[in-house]
Structures are given as structure tokens and as C-alpha cells.
Ligand binder design. Structure first.
Ligand code: GAP
Length: 448
């Protein structure tokens, strides 16, 4: 049974579980929080790292045509002048003339973008006037002297850290087209209205690819990454029925893009953008070449053709990925006549893979054997938890709630009779006896 998606109940339940069980906390909580920021706790960090590692493996290390980079967050401000971010990376901001609250004009239902007027959605009395363009980049200052020459920005996307390293990668590795660069890292946007938990925040992580091609081949590469992105959604356990491809119309695309697909997802608050796939043409490399004065073209040794490579960009927001995984994984059902809430994570992303319990905590022989099993599993799987608090039923509930796929219990029979343990499946609650000598292999098979 899914909690009711439409009335916000599911979102409330997810936020509450995330806080209670150490997935995600409000940023700077003891100081009253900081809007648009969230801190990942121990389980959230593990979940996020699992997602990042899977992404890096699928899109970088498992491929022969990808180069990973990790560029600085602070970049020369000319980068953002070249890309158009300084002049154009803005949202329309409107302010209520009565309550003085500020809104993003294109996100307010009561605002008419053409007529440039509307009623305040909050106090419902004031008027929202003409929008002003609000630049979303966070400005900062580099060095001890603060003047206009010291201005820099926290990067609003990881993409440019790759474009500016195009020449470095070509000079170091001499890759032939097509090839790509991949990066995972923080991005910052001064969003007018952060909202919906980790969906729209001011500090977030992106996992991006800038894949460079001969323009003749852009369309087949676009199609390749479209399929790879759908495959990725399956890998991390998203229900394909909750993912939609939205082909962006000519008039709605960024001016430099010749084709864009937004992958949308059924979030608890409604259908919204999860990822984007864009054909950015040669816009970025050409602009950087023009503004830096450095030649950023490619010479095809075979055909002697010289041109600026074109770019296909699959862009994944990590924090939205985590929210999508949590929303699809959250399930309520009835087990042993009790309502339980659990996270049905795909094993690959589950922050804890296995939990090990002694049946009773005050029986040293049981505890000793359970610790022995725990240590051997920990060596193999890493993310394994030991729990001896409360009764076994309570321990199962606790592990279900954080999405642990399997629990292993050491009982008297383990020691006195059969050297077997009870393995319990999170989703079905089914239990089976498995010999300790077969346990690692058994779990390996199940977890893969
Ligand atoms: N380099 C292209 C680019 O940055 P984008 O559509 O602006 O494109 C890409 O962002 C992805 O980054 C989005 O699909 C979303 O997953 C994520 N993202 C963007 N803004 C975000 C925000 N304020 N909070 C959380 N995630 C965000």
C-alpha cells in the first residue's frame, strides 16, 4: 500500500522518517535552519555515496570513452561571462506590495506572465507587480581586497568545470572523438523559492556528462544516452511507470540547445523534472574559445577535418535522485497484524545491506557467535549492522524502516545443533535457515 501521494501525506512521512532515522536533517537545525539547505546524516550519506559510486561505475569506469574530472567550485569569473550566466542566469522575481513576500513569477498560479500582474498566493490581498530578473548565482569575493576585480561565483552547474578542461584532457590523453568527461560535485543556486524537501535547494550535487561528438553523429549519441538514462533509473530501483520523457518544444528550450528531453518523475508533490538530456551543440566550447583566446577545436587525424566538437549533456541531480528513490521505496503494509512502514530500496543503493542479531542480548555464547558472523559479513559487504536492542520483532521493524534487505539471527540452534542462522527477507518477511558456511554466497546472490 502506498501512502496517499496527492495530499502531501507521503512527503510528510518521508521527511519525518529521514530525520528520525538519520537520513536527512534540516541544514543548521539548532540555529533555526537555513532555507534551501539540507544535511545528510549517516544513512543518507551512505545512500548518496552508493548512488554516486553506481553512477561513476556505470558512466565513467565501465566505459572506455569517458574521462572523470573533479574541477574547482570557484572558477575564473570570465567563465560565467562567457557562458552567459552573468547576464542571463536569472529567474523572474515578483514581490507582494502588501506582505512583501517574494515569489518566482513563473511558479505562481495566480500570476499572469503576459499581463505581468497577479494576486499574492500567500496573503491573497496584495498585488504582484512587474517581475525583475534575479540572478541566481551566489557571488563571493576572492582574496583580501574586496572590489569588482575580486568577484567570483560559486558554480551554478558542474558542466563548465568540464568544458574548461577539454583541452587539458585532450593534451594529456589524446582521446579520439567521440569521448566524454564526467563529474560529480556541488552546485549552488540562489533559488527564489526553495521547496519540497531536497527537490529545489540552494546547495545541491550534480552528476553530469559532457559527451563530445562530431556534429554528424549527434543524434545517435543522444539516443544512446536517452536509453542509458532510462537504464540508470531501473538500476537504482525507480518504478518505470513513474518516469516520463518530456520532449521540450523549440520555444521552451535553452537558446543554445537543439534538442532537450526532461526526464520527469512522480514526486509526492506531483510530476516534476528529475534529469535533463540536452544537445548543447558547440555553444560552450566556442564561447570559451572566444573569451579565453585559446583554440578549442579538434583535428580528426584521419580526415584532417578541423572543427569544434558538439556536446550531448546528460545531467543528473543527485538530491532529486535521492528524493525519487525515497518516494518510490516508501511502503506501508501489514505484517503479522501490524502496520509497518518500510523502505523497499534496491539492494545496490540500500545504506545497510545486512543486519545481524543475537536472539538474546544477555546470552554471551549467542552474542559471541553473532559478532563472529557480523564481522565476517562486514568484511565482505562493508555496510553491515549489529543490533541487540529490544526483541527480534522490534529489530526487524527498525531495519525495515531503513531499508535493510536482510536480517540474520543467531539463535540457540545455531550453537547447539546446526551451525545455521535464520535469514529474514525485508519485503516478504519470509525466513529461511542457511548454513553459516554458505551465508556469504547466499547473501551475495540475493543482493546482486
Ligand atoms: N548543466 C545543465 C544543468 O545544470 P539544469 O536543468 O539547470 O541543467 C540539471 O540542472 C539537474 O540538476 C536538474 O535536472 C536537477 O536534477 C538538478 N537541479 C537543478 N537545480 C536544482 C536545485 N535548485 N535543487 C536540486 N536539484 C537541482
Amino acid at each position: 500500500m502506498k501512502a496517499n501521494k496527492k495530499d502531501g501525506e507521503l512527503m510528510e512521512k518521508i521527511i519525518s522518517l529521514c530525520k528520525r532515522r538519520g537520513f536527512i536533517y534540516q541544514g543548521s537545525e539548532i540555529y533555526g535552519g537555513l532555507s534551501g539547505t539540507w544535511d545528510y546524516g549517516p544513512l543518507g550519506t551512505a545512500l548518496k555515496n552508493n548512488v554516486k559510486n553506481l553512477w561513476w561505475k556505470k558512466f565513467v569506469t565501465d566505459r572506455e570513452d569517458m574521462y572523470g574530472v573533479d574541477a574547482a567550485i570557484l572558477m575564473n569569473p570570465k567563465v560565467w561571462k562567457a557562458t552567459g550566466h552573468v547576464d542571463g542566469f536569472s529567474d523572474p522575481l515578483v514581490t507582494c506590495d502588501k506582505c512583501k513576500k517574494r515569489f518566482r513569477a513563473d511558479k505562481v498560479e495566480t500570476y499572469d506572465l503576459k499581463a505581468k500582474k497577479g494576486t499574492c498566493p500567500d496573503c491573497k490581498k496584495g498585488n504582484l507587480g512587474e517581475p525583475v530578473q534575479f540572478n541566481m548565482m551566489f557571488k563571493t569575493s576572492i582574496g583580501a581586497v574586496q572590489d569588482e576585480n575580486s568577484i567570483s561565483y560559486l558554480r551554478p552547474e558542474t558542466a563548465q568545470g568540464m568544458f574548461v578542461n577539454y583541452k587539458n584532457v585532450v593534451d594529456s590523453f589524446h582521446p579520439k572523438l567521440p569521448f566524454g568527461m564526467g563529474q560529480i560535485g556541488k552546485a549552488f543556486r540562489n533559488e527564489i523559492a526553495p521547496r519540497d524537501f531536497t527537490f529545489r535547494v540552494r546547495e545541491f550535487e550534480q552528476m553530469e556528462i559532457e559527451y563530445l561528438v562530431n556534429p554528424k553523429n549527434w543524434s545517435e549519441t543522444f539516443e544512446h544516452f536517452r536509453k542509458e538514462m532510462l537504464d540508470w533509473n531501473n538500476m537504482i530501483g525507480l518504478n518505470p511507470k513513474h518516469v516520463y520523457e518530456n520532449e521540450i518544444a523549440d520555444e521552451d528550450r535553452a537558446f543554445y540547445s537543439k534538442r532537450t528531453i526532461d526526464f520527469e518523475f512522480d514526486f509526492p508533490f506531483g510530476r516534476s523534472e528529475l534529469y535533463g538530456l540536452a544537445y548543447r551543440t558547440d555553444y560552450d566550447l566556442k564561447k570559451h574559445s572566444e573569451f579565453s583566446g585559446v583554440e578549442l577545436s579538434y583535428l580528426d587525424e584521419e580526415t584532417k577535418e578541423k572543427f569544434t566538437p558538439h556536446c550531448i549533456e546528460p545531467s543528473f541531480g543527485l538530491d532529486r535522485t535521492i528524493l525519487a528513490i525515497l518516494s518510490d521505496a516508501y511502503i506501508e503494509d501489514t505484517m503479522n497484524d501490524e502496520v509497518r512502514a518500510y523502505l523497499k530500496f534496491a539492494p545496490a543503493v540500500a545504506p545497510v545491506k545486512v543486519a545481524v542479531f543475537p536472539l538474546l542480548k544477555n546470552k554471551p555464547l549467542l552474542v559471541e557467535k553473532a559478532r563472529e558472523v557480523f564481522l565476517s559479513l562486514k568484511k565482505e559487504f562493508g555496510a553491515v549492522m549489529f543490533d541487540d536492542n529490544g526483541n527480534v520483532g522490534k529489530r526487524y521493524r527498525r531495519q525495515d524502516e531503513i531499508g535493510t534487505p536482510f536480517c540474520v539471527t543467531v539463535d540457540f540452534e545455531t550453537i547447539e545443533k546446526d551451525s545455521c542462522v535464520t535469514v529474514r527477507d525485508r519485503d516478504t518477511g519470509k525466513q529461511e535457515r542457511v548454513a553459516i558456511s554458505d551465508l556469504i554466497q547466499f547473501l551475495k546472490t540475493k543482493l546482486s
